[in-house]
Write a protein that binds this ligand. Structure first.
Ligand code: CA
Ligand code: CA
Length: 293
């Protein structure tokens, strides 16, 4: 162990950031959605688009205004041609010509005219016939989101899982999902699920979907070490306070050891973090350049 590194680790602030997983033989499975999201692979695989909202229990009769929302957290636009969305039984696909701008969201509704009635603006697309000729139509089967529970899955054109949401009594044992299902807000029996929209939680500071780890003393370093060992992070930033001793310093040593074993870039101070991020961004830029060729 490098002496200077050990010195830096004599105490821990507890803040941590994980960045993007490396390429995998299998498609990366996103972690639980809706609450914090995890790191994703920007080095390979499809852009990390996310399901950012779902309107599944609507007010209108027969619920023609059901809709889902996609979010592009990247700094460049993504063409949606070939991307697919499934409700577990049916699947619909995006045609050519629909793009999702950088950091933008779009709604896609069961019937565009009904969505417009409910929301006051048109969706970017519709997936159950052609109710509005000015709104592009998806192909495939018309999705239906059960009010009692179900799931939505977003698949890349290569059919890789990009995101999954399980709500209410939907089966949580599906690819791309971990943890309990998401439920609508119910403060009392008088406050029903109808007309609620499930929105993904995003980091206040960045607007990005983020998965928060536990703080250091509660095992956050062990969580990050596990991700590093499983090849699910491209880099680790674990800021430490070098001026104070901390009782769980051995845990941090464990995290550093795992990062060294698996050759994962790791930084424990601000300048180091900056260098790691610059390096990862440079690698990302090269990937984008290669993809665009
Ligand atoms: Ca419904
Ligand atoms: Ca249409």
């Amino acid at each position: 162990m490098y002496p200077w590194l050990a010195f830096l680790l004599t105490a821990i602030v507890g803040a941590s950031v994980t960045v993007a997983p490396p390429p995998q033989a299998e498609p990366p499975l996103p972690p639980q959605l809706w609450l914090p999201l995890v790191s994703r692979s920007y080095r390979s695989g499809p852009p990390p688009l996310v399901l950012s909202a779902l309107y599944y229990d609507t007010y209108l009769a027969n619920e023609p205004d059901e809709a889902f929302q996609l979010y592009n957290p990247l700094e460049w636009p993504v063409t949606l041609e070939g991307w697919q969305v499934s409700d577990g039984r049916r699947i619909t696909a995006f045609p050519a010509g629909i793009n999702l701008a950088a950091n933008a969201r779009l709604w896609c509704a069961r019937k565009a005219v009904s969505f417009t009635v409910s929301f006051g603006f048109k969706p970017a697309c519709e997936y159950s016939g052609n109710s509005d000729p000015t709104v592009p139509d998806l192909t495939g089967s018309a999705l239906q989101f059960a009010n009692t529970g179900g799931r939505v899955t977003l698949l890349s054109p290569q059919a890789a899982y990009s995101d999954t949401l399980v709500y209410e009594d939907g089966d949580t044992n599906v690819p791309g999902w971990q943890g309990p299902a998401v439920y609508p807000y119910r403060s009392s029996t008088n406050f029903g699920a109808e007309e609620q929209i499930l929105y993904r939680k995003l980091a206040q500071a960045t607007g990005l979907p983020v998965r928060r780890m536990l703080s250091g003393p509660y095992g956050g370093d062990a969580q990050i070490a596990a991700l590093a060992a499983e090849g699910k992070v491209d880099g680790v930033i674990f800021l430490v306070d070098p001026l104070y001793a901390h009782p769980h310093e051995p845990d941090i040593q464990g995290l550093l050891r795992v990062c060294n074993v698996y050759n994962v870039p790791v930084a424990t101070n601000e300048v180091g973090a900056e260098y790691v991020l610059h390096g990862l961004l440079g690698r990302l830029d090269r990937l984008v350049a290669e993809t665009d060729r």
